[in-house]
Design a protein around this ligand. Structure first.
Ligand code: 5GP
Length: 122
């Protein structure tokens, strides 16, 4: 997937305050909010505020401060929403094969039920 960032994507619009969100936690570099169509009792999206398209784009190009803030915020979110107790899954979809819908890097934190196998057999 090319790392060309579309500033009109829905998460960019959420970050600009054009679309409301149910915020779990916000820091200087990171926003965590509830997914609008939850796939599990716990379904939170964690996004960097910077213009990164995928996990690998973020991992390759974000500053050390952004990377640290994103991961420490994710850890706080996991604790805040009670995902750690029963276990959870952190997923990031990328590109066509990953069936990524929103081209702004995000980590799904899913929990609150047994989530099944990681991928379906083809
Ligand atoms: P992806 O398929 O890109 O990994 O996941 C995108 C996620 O964003 C989906 O789970 C979808 O429900 C969620 N989503 C899409 N639009 C909105 C929105 O406007 N608000 C919130 N909170 N979540 C959204």
């Amino acid at each position: 997937m090319p790392n060309t960032y579309d500033p009109q994507n829905i998460f960019a619009r959420i970050l600009r305050g054009e679309i409301p969100n149910k915020t779990v936690l916000e820091t200087a570099h990171t926003l965590a909010f509830h997914d609008i169509h939850p796939q599990a009792p716990i379904h939170v999206l964690v996004i960097p505020k910077g213009p990164y398209v995928t996990f690998d784009h973020f991992a390759a190009e974000a500053s050390a401060e952004e990377l640290l803030d994103f991961h420490r915020t994710t850890a706080s979110v996991v604790a805040m929403v009670g995902a750690a107790e029963g276990g959870y899954r952190a997923i990031s979809n990328a590109g066509v094969n990953g069936m990524q819908e929103v081209p702004h890097y995000h980590l799904h934190i899913l929990g609150g039920r047994v989530l099944g196998r990681l991928v379906e057999r083809a």
